[in-house]
Design a binder for this molecule. Sequence first.
Ligand code: UDX
Length: 456
Amino acid sequence: MAASPSRAGRRVVFFPFPYQGHFNPVLRLASALHAGGFAVTVFHTDLRTPDPTDYPSDYRFVSVAVPVPTDLVASEDIARLVMELNVSCAAPFKERLAALLVEEEAGGVQCVITDVIWHSAQAVARELGVPALGFMTSSAASFRNFIAYPTLIEKGYMPVQEEHRNDPVDVLPPFRVKDLQRIETSSLADFASLLGHTVDGARQSSGLIINTFEALEAADLDKIREEMPIPVFAIGPLNKFTPPVKSSLYQFQQDHQCLDWLDTQVPRSVIYVSFGSLAAMDPHKFVELAWGLADSKRPFIWVVRPSLIRGFESGDLPDGFREEVVDRGRIVDWVPQDEVLSHPAVGAFLTHNGWNSTMEAISEGVPMISRSFLGDQYGNAMFACNVCRVGVEVQVEDQSDRGKIQDAIGQLMVNKRGKVVRDRMANLKQMAEKGIKEGGSSHTAFLNLVDLILSV
Ligand code: UDX
């Protein structure tokens, strides 16, 4: 989008949440608005700091100190951590934002866009008289799941009871009980409280931005619009709006050589395996997965970042595994995922169904093998496999995982069913492409967002 003189000097402040899956889509939106002529300031916590050299030189970065205990940061109690971060960021964020407002000419800061779960930062912005918009990094269906949470608890769907896992959820079709959002390592009360604050914050905001597209989630978007008295913008897939955002928030070793290796592989032959930035698995599950991949006899790239395996070092692979896959398996800490997924040699994505990964797979037309771990991933996997039918789901509930993983790979890459799934995925990719072209729904929503930012 060409820069417009009417936007010159108008600054948008972004405050993404300090996790890669939350950071990437917000920075992608920042990049699209920057290309549209807005000045960009990125507030970030001192927990994880982006590298400014990965971004245009006129971006401003502001660090916000968040004094939370280090054992909480390292723990898997994500709901408590997010709540603590909200509490501890409020005062320093206020101080930094107030300083920016003084520094900028009157009216220089047009609005603040924060992750929707930064509800305290949104409240601070409003207190200082700056319009705040919320960014939902997951799907529209997930946001509906947020809204429905009190009802889900009241009706007894939550906490999930083993014998009711496969029951349909009448207030949230097509979810089954097992697809509902939850974090097993956090208390239900904490998680529900976090979601409650998030939805309340969004209701009071000037608008809600979701990384999705109308053709993908029309019904869910309509429902949100019925329930929320604010403009809702479906702008996705955001990874296709802008050139790749290269920044990693972590100190992982980024492997670029895998792209050269992919060049040597047969088209659509390679399985790309990654479970995003948050998921953690027990060692025995990891071993099963390793042998499932080995037994498939397929080439693969597997992202085994530090912290993926509880109590393991990343190099701790099962005995004999490396020898077995030496010619066809690459095990790496971190990759430029956009580039891997867009490579013609990649034929399937074994994924945790983080929403970014799901949208990135759709936008590159790569069918998925779904293996969810926590939070929104259960619902995203159901959506990919049962609603869009562009993937096959692996239910990893017991020790015989290796067979299930091998089966899923076979279904997608060898059986006739694989061709049907691939065709559907190609179709969905085209729909996503149509949405971001001029006149398409995501493109139009982006222009509407720009108008809103200029008018607030
Ligand atoms: C989590 C939730 O799972 C997700 O649904 C929510 O919207 C954000 O928080 P995460 O588990 O990290 O996110 O997964 P995902 O949403 O897929 O985001 C991971 C991001 O890291 C993606 O943009 C992916 O491209 C990137 N990534 C991952 C890399 O760049 N390299 C890698 O090796 C792995």
